[in-house]
Design a protein around this ligand. Structure first.
Ligand SMILES: Cc1cc2nc3c(=O)[nH]c(=O)nc-3n(C[C@H](O)[C@H](O)[C@H](O)COP(=O)(O)OP(=O)(O)OC[C@H]3O[C@@H](n4cnc5c(N)ncnc54)[C@H](O)[C@@H]3O)c2cc1C
Length: 492
């Protein structure tokens, strides 16, 4: 197995997109098969070695950044098999953890299938998206990554290789889950007793449900319970046609009404994605797209799957809905063919590029939120974000997954004082979201940046339950330490 410790060659493994700059590591291993991952972890307890798992470094929370630990780079485990039927008659694609999501999407489509999860950033590894239960615009219709995983193989901290097909290992009615492994022997634990928030997306802490499936514990556990090395992804047929549109509004009240009506399927519309851009986001985009209407208070990107036969009819339904809420229908951009839809994807991806371009000229980094709330509380959280930013005179944008009551607030500080104020206010944003029954993270996860806030969300009792599960799977604490659970919880 390749091992690199030349600082110039491993520099990239000290970074992700979190802006944490203090990572350090003795070196990086590049396993080429599952056995090699297992062999590495088998060394852990006796040698005192600790490991951090590295995907492709697009994470926003420092999850893959090592602080003195060795790195296991997943990039060489990148096999993608052709789709096939599994024993349950589902169409699945077997992939290794280091395969790029973008390559997986393209391969599936070549065979006439769709892998629905679509995080905005496509240059991530599939193993990371499972470890983080990632989601994207299509999550509105299809749910997060969790809903599309039929089987995973994990290498546990003991070096045991565990295959987990959905349905094989489930907790009993007493909440106990138990497995026997050759090296770790009996692994037995209680399913966490906390309840999860009533949001349509949630990615903060270990999953919990009555009689839960072991596969769901690993999905979203941010690499703290084992290294995901392989997975069977559930595919759905590629829709015959898609209607995509960016629709502008003169007021946010009209825009919110539009979203509300679309979610209620008014006029017979059936969205698969509903994404939001506020006025400030449109100002950034106008640098590249001057045709964006000057008076627009915001925009919604929506998509609906359809057929050749029903396309006109479905489009008419959307136009009726748009007109019923005073949308700027004439100025809106409707994309019906693949090329136009690609151009629209570029438009959407231009926002982070423009923001990053602006930030690169500033000395401070952005403060961004990832909270979601139950649908009924969305406008309250939105107004809290906006009023707070206006009060402090910040430059900011609000955008994202409005269909799931999950928008990102990015504060863009222009000096250190503003940065410090915004950082302090982040605490208030978390408090507000939790007070409204929301989640600390809907998709980006906790990593090393937000573990103290996780305590606020689940309380000491909840974090202790997570720490107990972690220690059951990883008694010598060798894997992804510092992620999710604050380290001092392991001392009790
Ligand atoms: C511009 C931008 C847009 C984004 N948009 C979205 C979005 O729409 N939705 C969304 O959900 N996320 C989004 N993200 C966040 C990010 O892309 C996802 O969290 C993604 O899953 C990270 O993948 P990665 O391969 O880069 O992982 P890394 O950053 O390398 O690692 C992320 C975490 O996963 C762990 N990990 C990696 N591989 C494994 C494995 N095989 N087994 C166990 N643990 C592992 C790491 O230890 C780390 O804790 C966005 C990020 C950016 C920069």
């Amino acid at each position: 197995m390749i091992y690199k410790d030349d600082p110039a060659l491993i520099r990239d493994f000290l970074r992700d997109t979190s802006n944490i700059k203090s990572g350090h590591t003795p070196g990086v291993y590049f396993p080429e098969n599952i056995e090699e991952v297992s062999a590495l972890l088998r060394q852990g307890p006796s040698s005192g070695k600790r490991f951090v798992i590295a995907g492709n470094g697009t994470g926003t929370t420092g999850g893959r950044i090592p602080f003195g630990d060795l790195v296991i780079a997943m990039e060489k485990l990148n096999r993608i098999d052709a789709p096939m039927q599994n024993a349950d008659n589902q169409t699945v694609m077997t992939v290794c953890a280091g395969a790029l999501l973008e390559d997986i999407q393209k391969t599936a489509e070549r065979f006439g299938w769709l892998y629905p999860p679509d995080p905005t950033e496509t240059l991530c590894f599939i193993g990371s998206t499972i470890a983080n239960n990632s989601s994207g615009a299509r999550t509105y219709k299809y749910g997060p990554t969790r809903n599309h995983i039929a089987r995973i193989t994990v290498v546990l901290a003991s070096g045991d290789i565990l295959d987990i097909p959905r349905g094989k290992y489930c907790a009993g009615k007493d909440g106990r889950l138990s497995i026997d492994m050759p090296l770790a022997h009996k692994i037995e634990f209680n399913v966490p007793g906390y309840t999860l928030p009533l949001t349509s997306k949630h990615n903060a802490g270990y999953f919990s449900a009555d009689e839960m499936d072991l596969i769901d514990l690993f999905i979203g556990s941010e690499g703290t319970l084992g290294v995901i090395v392989e997975a069977d992804l559930l595919l759905v047929p590629v829709p015959e046609k898609i209607i995509s549109c960016i629709v502008y509004f003169q007021t946010l009240e009209d825009l919110f009404l539009f979203v509300d009506q679309a979610k209620k399927n008014s006029f017979g519309v059936d969205p698969r994605a509903l994404e939001f851009f506020d006025r400030n986001s449109l100002d950034f985009l106008r640098e590249v797209y001057p045709e964006i209407p000057a008076g627009a208070a915001g925009a919604v990107f929506f998509e609906q799957e359809t057929t050749m036969q029903e396309e006109d009819d479905n489009l008419e339904k959307w136009v009726e809905l748009m007109e019923s809420v005073n949308a700027l229908t004439e100025e809106s951009w409707i994309a019906l063919d693949v090329d136009e839809q690609r151009a629209m994807r570029t438009f959407r991806h231009e926002l982070p590029l423009q923001v990053n371009e602006w930030l690169s000229k500033q000395s401070e980094s952005k403060i961004s939120t990832d909270m979601a709330v139950p649908d009924s509380s969305f406008t309250e959280l939105f107004h809290f974000y906006r009023d707070t930013c206006e009060k402090h005179g910040f430059r900011y944008i609000i955008f994202g997954h409005i269909g799931n009551a999950h928008v990102h607030l990015n504060i863009l500080p222009s000096n250190h004082e503003e940065f410090k104020t915004a950082k302090a206010l982040y605490h208030d944003f978390v408090e507000k979201a939790l007070e409204l029954g929301g989640t600390l993270s809907a998709e980006h996860g906790i990593g090393k940046l937000k573990s103290e806030y996780l305590v606020r969300m689940f309380g000491t009792k909840g974090i202790n339950e997570m720490a107990r599960i972690k220690k059951t799977f990883d008694p010598h604490l060798v894997l992804n330490i510092g992620n999710l659970i604050p380290e001092h919880y392991f001392k009790t």
